[in-house]
Design a binder for this molecule. Structure first.
Ligand code: 9UX
Length: 72
């Protein structure tokens, strides 16, 4: 099933940061769509919860050097 979740992402300081975060999220298997707002420090991700978990997305962004958290 497709779910939409929001991740807060800190550490993005320029537009290239948010672009690369968006690009990487879109390449994750199971992710259908990703949209990242630099101004809001927010990533909106639509993914198939049977394929990928939100914790995996958080870890992916942490590995890139950003600090991500799932928003309630
Ligand atoms: Mo912009 Mo982000 O020069 O790591 S790409 S700060």
């Amino acid at each position: 099933d497709l779910v939409t979740r929001y991740l807060s992402v800190s550490g993005m300081t320029c537009a290239a940061c948010s672009s690369s975060v968006e690009k990487v999220l879109r390449q994750v298997e199971g992710v259908e769509a990703a949209s990242v707002s630099l101004m809001q420090n927010l990533a909106e991700v639509v993914f198939d919860a049977n394929i990928v978990m939100e914790e995996d997305l958080v870890e992916t962004l942490d590995d890139m050097g950003y600090e991500a958290h799932v928003q309630e």
